[in-house]
Design a binder for this molecule. Structure first.
Ligand SMILES: [Zn+2]
Ligand SMILES: [Zn+2]
Length: 251
């Protein structure tokens, strides 16, 4: 399948300050801080898995002791997809490049609408360090203090989706021929985000198919207009319009 072609720019991304110019070169070579956060996120994830396995193996209920943590991890993975959809919707629709904490994320997501294939050129540490930092801060204390393997398995899967979703997202923009066979197999079996599933998001006004782990929630959220309902609630309570309403061809 051919790479996505940039869509006509939406009004929001045009409004981004020139000083935040799209710097593709800097994406290819991560900084030492980006590498450190990425390494800490992966290490924290490995500690979570190892601690869960050790606690499960110490139980004396045989195979049954594995069922609950495995189910917890699957539930975490499924809800992780929903979590990325909510975050993506919020970032796409509210705030600006100058919004505290989230400004660079907002800028990055809006730029991505104009240059969708650029994400495939990012180094993995550049792509994931923000999620890895959040994962480390949230999960490392749980690794130290939590003694419930089900909770550890759930949090590792749920928050791990947040850490790795941008890589799953990047793979959905990568031509099949450049992906490892395992990744293609996981995409084709819908375990991770399919190319066609995510391609549906890349049409102005970018108001659907927000979930980027497996995309399993997209059909439900779009069919029942869940995000549109949330936008209406926000508008009537706070008077804030989402970006997708202002786009040049918004419905
Ligand atoms: Zn988007
Ligand atoms: Zn995309």
């Amino acid at each position: 399948m051919a790479e996505f072609k940039p869509q006509q720019k939406n009004s929001a991304s045009k409004a981004i300050s020139p000083k935040h110019f799209y710097d593709e070169e800097s994406w290819k070579t991560p900084t030492s801080i980006q590498r450190a956060w990425f390494a800490s996120g992966c290490t924290t994830l490995l500690i979570s898995v190892a601690k869960s396995l050790i606690m499960i193996s110490r139980r004396s209920t045989g195979l049954r002791s594995w069922i609950d943590p495995v189910v917890a991890a699957i539930v975490g993975y499924v809800l992780g997809d929903l979590g990325t959809g909510i975050y993506h919707w919020a970032i796409d629709n509210y705030g600006t490049a100058r919004t505290p904490v989230f400004g660079s994320q907002i800028e990055g997501f809006l730029r991505h609408h104009d240059h969708p294939s650029a994400i495939t050129k990012r180094h993995i540490a550049t792509n994931l360090y923000v999620g890895a930092a959040g994962f480390t801060i949230a999960v490392l204390p749980m690794n130290i203090f939590c003694t419930n393997p089900n909770l550890l398995a759930f949090s590792a899967a749920f928050l791990g989706c947040g850490m790795f979703c941008q890589q799953l997202h990047a793979w959905s923009h990568t031509p099949k021929g450049k992906l490892p066979r395992l990744v293609v197999a996981l995409q084709d079996s819908r375990v991770i985000l399919q190319r066609a599933e995510h391609a549906a998001h890349h049409h102005p006004p970018f108001d659907s198919h927000y979930c980027i782990v497996s995309g399993v929630w997209n059909r439900f959220l779009d069919k029942y207009k869940i995000f549109w309902a949330m936008e209406m609630i926000f508008f009537f309570i706070f008077g804030v319009r989402p970006r997708s309403w202002s786009d040049f061809n918004s419905k």
